[in-house]
Design a protein around this ligand. Structure first.
Ligand code: PMP
Length: 399
């Protein structure tokens, strides 16, 4: 008997396991559409021009690496607030928003979950069905019971708005509802502004705790446009959470840059909330790392770099959209007669292709095209060089 002799092997991570399988695949035409990472037209992870310029700026004035404050770089936190809530937000003027630097979107969700466990220990958590797979695990680990609200309508290829509203309406007051602010992962289907208003109606009426996960701000229509959801909540909901990730929008996956924002009733409440959130951070990792936040802050604080970043984000967004159209056209060229135009209705990095698990397995084993068993493919990994092959491969498994 050893301390660990009863430890069972955990199941492999579905998506990372797929990448391992992809690496081992000898097929020279193989394409990895499994992992949610943006690749450029050359099929490589981009280093953004604006980020490279910020790297040079920082390298020209090397700094000692002291500890940051528990809640992170103050100028960075202020910039996150402005991106998320809009510079003119009355909430910011009133000091109602607490924003702390976090280790990517995941870190922001985890700080929020741990803090919520402290203030609402008996609340249940509702996530969308389906959702980013870590939502369930992360909130469960934080001590919550996690259930699902209806979201994807496989028949209609869209959001089951009536089902979603009914499930939220049936939730007990205080239930924590995790909502994808934009670019829903994995389906690619978002709510319209009118549908968001109906969700907000229920959140207010049922006194639910909304947790907006915004991992893709700027990938649907633009920074401002995608932030409109947060502003709609800000107008009507007295307290809610927003997690921000810059992994995708700055192509800074490995630097772990994100933020957690908590809207409070007033500045006094915000100060008390911040003091408790700092304890959550302090007892987890003490304070966040310096470099990624310094890069983002350098880009956002320099008008030229910021403008270039906005352009680059637009280029990524437009390229993904072009690849959606290319995929729909490629499928038609490859002889698919059924209507696949829903692929261009979806937004963000992913497409719920509508393929079954069996078809996804065939796609992988016979063609070396890797997506998840749920039928999710990462459209941001398509390019002019592989979209024809991917289309032909999907056509072959569809019949
Ligand atoms: N939320 C959603 C919906 C995501 O898709 C992701 C990343 N795939 C995250 C959060 C986590 O982001 P990060 O990599 O910055 O931790």
């Amino acid at each position: 008997m050893t301390l660990f002799s009863a430890v069972q092997p955990a199941p492999p991570d579905a998506i990372l396991g797929l990448t391992e399988q992809f690496r081992a695949d000898p097929n020279p035409r193989k394409v990895n559409l499994g992992v949610g990472v943006y690749q450029n037209e050359q099929g490589v992870l981009p280093l953004l021009r604006s980020v490279a310029a910020a790297e040079r700026k920082l390298a020209a004035q090397p700094q000692a690496k002291g500890y940051l404050a528990i809640d992170g770089l103050p100028t960075y936190d202020a910039d996150v607030k402005e991106l998320v809530f809009g510079a003119g937000s009355p909430l910011l003027a009133d000091g109602r928003v607490v924003t702390v630097q976090a280790l990517g979107g995941t870190g922001a969700l985890k700080i929020g979950a741990d803090f919520l466990r402290q203030v609402s220990p008996d609340a249940r958590v509702l996530i969308s069905n389906p959702s980013w797979e870590n939502h369930q695990a992360l909130f469960t680990r934080a001590g919550f019971t996690v259930a699902k609200y209806r979201y994807y309508d496989a028949e209609a290829k869209g959001v089951d708005v009536a089902g979603m509203l009914a499930d939220l309406d049936a939730a007990a007051p205080g239930t924590i509802v995790v909502l994808h602010a934009c670019c829903h992962n994995p389906t690619g289907y978002d709510l319209t502004p009118e549908q968001w208003q109906r969700v907000i109606d229920v959140v207010v009426e049922r006194d639910l705790t909304a947790f907006l996960d915004m991992a893709y701000q700027g990938f649907s229509a633009g920074i401002e446009e995608d932030g409109a959801v947060v502003r709609a909540f800000a107008e009507r909901v007295p307290s809610f959470f927003v997690s921000t990730s810059f992994s995708k929008s700055f192509s800074l996956y490995g630097e772990r840059v994100g933020g957690l924002s908590i809207v409070c009733a007033d500045a006094d409440e915000a100060a008390r909330v911040l003091s408790q959130v700092k304890i959550v951070i302090r007892t987890n990792y003490s304070n966040p790392p310096t470099h990624g936040a310094a890069l983002v802050e350098t880009v956002l604080a320099d008008p030229e770099l910021r403008a270039d970043w906005v352009t680059e984000l637009g280029e990524m967004r437009d390229r993904i959209k072009a690849m959606r159209s290319a995929l729909v056209a490629g499928l038609a060229d490859a002889g698919v007669t059924r209507d696949m135009s829903y692929i261009t209705d979806q937004v963000g990095m992913f497409s719920f292709s509508g393929l079954t698990k069996e078809q996804m397995v065939r796609l992988r084993t016979e063609f070396g095209v890797y997506g998840t068993d749920t039928g999710r493919i990462c459209v941001a990994a398509l390019n002019e060089g592989n979209v024809g092959y991917v289309s032909a491969s999907i056509a072959a498994v569809l019949d």
